[in-house]
Design a protein around this ligand. Structure first.
Ligand SMILES: Cc1cc2nc3c(=O)[nH]c(=O)nc-3n(C[C@H](O)[C@H](O)[C@H](O)COP(=O)(O)OP(=O)(O)OC[C@H]3O[C@@H](n4cnc5c(N)ncnc54)[C@H](O)[C@@H]3O)c2cc1C
Length: 402
């Protein structure tokens, strides 16, 4: 379809991705309306751990997409202004178990072979990076100094302010209801929300886990896995950490733990790895996780644990991003991904170039939504598809948008 810089573009979803695409599109002169069904954009971004990393990500094209995006974060943060809590204090991790140590060593070697600056580190080096940690023994440890984190609710607010300052329209409490199509049922001509009909030249669907259902209405077929995660918080504490800590499991507490500290002193603590499925959002579990973290950071004994609601990771079924135009509806563009906080700057920048100028960027080409077939199969073969997931196409057919 023809592309011009004055297109009316409606973006559905004001999480980190939708707002980043809006900010970038505005630079090219588009007329932007972004709608979100909630008042405070309550999607995955709000409960995310928001670690900016590429260390364990494979294969190389996916690793490199994340790596490039990490490098772009300072520029994106500067472009939206405000303090978004960008902290590039690095990540430390270590293992005490033989098998997990060997895996860590292999993962570090693979990341190094991708050209990623990560290194094996001694206990002394890790303690130098994070002096408040209490570490008894280390079999293998690693440090990556280029990693960091942000605070997504601050990122979204700064982006929304930038969008409105740049002449865009942000409509909150504005749930999407349906699309209107042209007489050939080819292109979308308007987006109908609960409150109005918004005519458009292009639609961007960046609605997190709801992208599968909304995309289905635009004839996009992107099956998702259900991936719950819980990140607990604490009351604000004095500054104790410089960056991200991944600490090993302890027999009495279970899986490994990850933690970071926000600019107001609050700690965020999660169990397992970045993609581990966890769904216990009870206060008892919050108490247990903070007690676990206290084994490594004794000063946390004064912290008050606060449970947080379960978050659901947007997760295309094969685990990779699904970003690009929809084959059967040429003026609809989809942006759905896990690790979306890490990937925000690059997806915002590349998607806006593709939408404005009709180019196909080589960085996004391996991650098109068109790799999935109408029956929900397909995808990159690195991960096997599973019929166990509840957000697959069959479920959508049965339940529609519910
Ligand atoms: C527990 C957890 C930990 C994570 N840890 C990390 C991490 O360490 N590093 C990392 O990079 N990523 C992490 N992620 C993933 C990351 O948070 C997401 O990939 C990212 O936030 C996705 O952003 P988004 O804008 O696509 O989606 P969302 O933030 O979910 O935003 C989608 C928006 O669409 C809106 N919407 C939905 N339906 C409608 C509708 N019908 N009408 C209008 N609006 C609608 C929603 O209200 C929402 O605001 C984590 C996620 C979770 C849940």
């Amino acid at each position: 379809m023809p592309h011009n810089n004055r297109q009316n573009i409606v973006i559905i979803g004001a999480g980190v991705l939708g707002t980043a695409i809006a900010v970038n599109l505005l630079q090219y002169g588009a007329n932007i309306t972004i709608v979100d069904k909630t008042s405070q954009t309550q999607g995955a971004s709000r409960v995310s751990f928001a670690w900016l990393n590429a260390s364990w990500k494979t294969p190389f094209d996916y690793h490199d997409l994340n790596r490039r995006s990490m490098e772009m974060w300072p520029r994106y943060a500067q472009s939206i202004g405000g303090n978004v809590g960008l902290n590039l204090g690095g990540t430390v991790t270590w293992e005490t178990d033989q098998a997990r140590s060997e895996t860590l060593l292999q993962n570090v070697e693979r990341a190094q072979s991708f050209g990623y600056p990560i290194r094996i580190a001694t206990k002394q080096e890790i303690q130098k990076q994070e002096p408040n940690l209490k570490i008894d023994k280390i079999l293998t440890g690693s440090i990556s100094e280029i990693e960091g984190h942000v605070e997504p609710h601050r990122v979204i607010q700064a982006a929304i302010d930038k969008i409105t300052d740049s002449g865009g329209t942000v409509l909150l409490n504005e749930p999407f209801e349906s699309f209107e199509f042209d007489s050939n049922l080819k292109n979308i001509t308007a987006v109908k929300t609960a409150h109005r009909i918004i005519p458009c030249d292009i639609v961007v669907i960046a609605a997190g886990i709801d992208t599968t259902a909304i995309g289905y209405d635009a004839k996009a077929f992107i099956p998702q896995a259900t991936s719950p995660g819980v990140t607990v918080r604490t009351s604000p504490m004095p500054k104790l950490l410089n960056g991200i800590v991944y600490a090993p499991s302890l027999e009495q507490y279970g899986k490994e733990i990850h933690m970071k500290q926000l600019i107001d002193g609050t700690f965020l603590i999660g169990e397992g790895e970045q993609s581990s499925k966890t769904s216990d959002d009870s206060q008892e579990n919050a108490n247990r996780l903070v007690e676990f973290a206290t084994q490594y950071l004794p000063q946390l004994s004064d912290a008050e644990p606060r449970s947080e609601p379960i978050g659901y990771r947007p997760m295309p079924l094969d685990g990779f991003p699904a970003v690009g135009f929809v084959e059967k509806t040429p003026n609809a563009y989809v942006a759905l991904t896990h690790s979306g906080v890490t990937l925000t700057p690059i997806i915002g920048e590349l998607a806006s170039l593709e939408i404005t100028y009709g180019v196909s960027t080589p960085q996004l080409s391996p991650f098109r939504p068109t790799r999935f077939k109408e029956d929900g199969t397909g995808g990159r073969d690195e991960h096997s598809n599973s019929s166990q997931n509840s957000l697959n196409i069959d479920t959508l057919r049965r339940h529609g948008l519910d």
